[in-house]
Design a protein around this ligand. Sequence first.
Ligand code: 4AD
Length: 458
Amino acid sequence: MQRKRIKEVLAAEEPLGEVRVQGWVRTRRDSKTFSFLEINDGSSLGSLQAVYDASRPGYPEHLPLLQTGASVEITGTVVRSQGKGQSWELQVQTLQVLGSAPETYPLQKKRHTREFLREIAHLRPRSNLFGAVFRIRSRLSYAIHQFFQERGFVHVHTPIITASDCEGAGEMFRVTTLEGNAFSAPGAETRDFFGKRAFLTVSGQLEGETFACAFSNIYTFGPTFRAENSNTARHAAEFWMIEPEMAFCDLIGDMEVAESLIQYLIRDAMDHSSEDLAFCDEFVDRGLLERLRLIAGQPFARISYTDAIEILLRSGRSFEYPVVWGHHLQTEHERFLSEEHAKGPVTIFDYPASIKPFYMRQNEDGRTVAAMDLLVPGIGEIIGGSQREERLDRLTGAMSAQGLSESDYWWYLDLRRYGTVPHAGFGLGFERLVMLVTGVENIRDVIPFPRTPRNADF
Ligand code: 4AD
C-alpha cells in the first residue's frame, strides 16, 4: 500500500479508505479500551488522530514504546471523526513502532521557550512553531524562483569562495589550508591553496554584474557570510541572500522590482501557507496577517535620505544614536521611519556617498549615490541595493578614494571598458524576509542552524 502524507489525508473531501501513514507521535491519550495517538509527519501543522483499539495486534504491549517522539508506521482505515477539531481519523489495523522515544525526549507537550529550543536545534523542527516557520521558508524560496523565472531572469550560481570584498567593509571570513606558523610566515599567501588570499563571499553581486552584462536580467540565491561582530536579533554570520541584477535599469526600476518582489512573496505566502500563517498570527505575532495584508495591498512610500534625516530631526523623539546627515541610519531610526512615519514599508534612497560602497552610482550633487534601502515594520532594513557606477573614470575615482586597488578588480572594471550599460540591483536578506512573513522576531529562529558570534553548534 502506498504511503499517504498526513496533509493529504486531512485535506481529502471524501474519506480515503485504506491508507498507510508514517510519522512521529505527538501525544497519546489512553482509555480503557483504546488509545488516541496524534501522528505528525511534517507535511502540515495538523496531525492525524489514530484510534488504536485494544483488540488490535500489539495492544497493549506496544504502549510503553508509544511515547511522545516515537516513530511509527500505521495501516488503517480513514473514517469520519466523531471528535471535535478534525474531519477524519484513522482506525488502526496494524501498527509498527519504528523507533521508540523515552520519557526524557526533550520536546514534551508543554510549550518551550525559544531559547530552550535553540539548545535542541536538531529536534526543534518537530515542534509546531518550527514546522510552520520552515514550511513557510521553503515556500518562500520556491516563490522567489517563480517570481524571477516568470520574468525571464537567469539564475546564476555565483562563487562562495572569492578573492574580492564586495561590500569593501573587510568583514570577511578567511579561507585557508595553512596551519599554525605557516599562516603568519612571510609570503604565506602565495603558498596557500589558491596562491592568494581567499574569503567566503559577503555578496554575489560583483560576479552577478558580469552575468547581467550578458543576459540582461539575472538573479543569485545563495549563502553569504559576514564576520561582523553584531550580536543582534537581525544579524547572522551566515545568511542567504537573493540578488537580482538588471542591465539597462536605473534606481527607479530597481525600486519597482524590489517592491513588487516583496508584495508578490507575501501574497504567495497568504495563498499557499495560510494554515501555517494563521498559526504564526495566533502564537507568534498577533496582528501578523493584518500587517501582511496591508503590506501586500498598498504602494510603498519612498523618501530620500536627506528628507528622512529631516523627518527624524523633527520627530521630537530622543533616539539613542544621534541623527546626523552623513551617519548611518540605525535600526531605531529605520523602525521609526517605517513603523511610525510611513506606517508600512518605505524605501530610503540617495544616501551619502561616504557611507556606501565604491560601486554605487554617483549622483550629480557630488555627495550622494543612487542607493536604496527598503525598510519594513518590525525589522528595519530588509533590502539594500543601488544603481551601479557604469562610468569607468567615476568608478576608479571612488575605488582610489576608498583605498581599493584597481588590479584586484580588473575584471570588474572591464565591464565598464567593454559595452558598459546603466545597471542596478539589490540584495534581499532571506532570513529577514522569513522574519517579516512569520512575525518571528529573532533571526536565530528562522534559519535551521544559526551561526552567530561564539556560536556554531550543531
Ligand atoms: O545591504 P547589503 O550589505 O547589500 C549587499 O550586500 C549588496 N551587495 C546587495 C546588492 O546590491 N546586490 O545586504 C543586503 C541585505 C540586507 O538588506 C539584509 O536584509 C541582509 O542582506 N543582511 C543580513 N541578513 C542577516 N544577517 C546579516 N549579518 C546581514 N547583513 C545583511
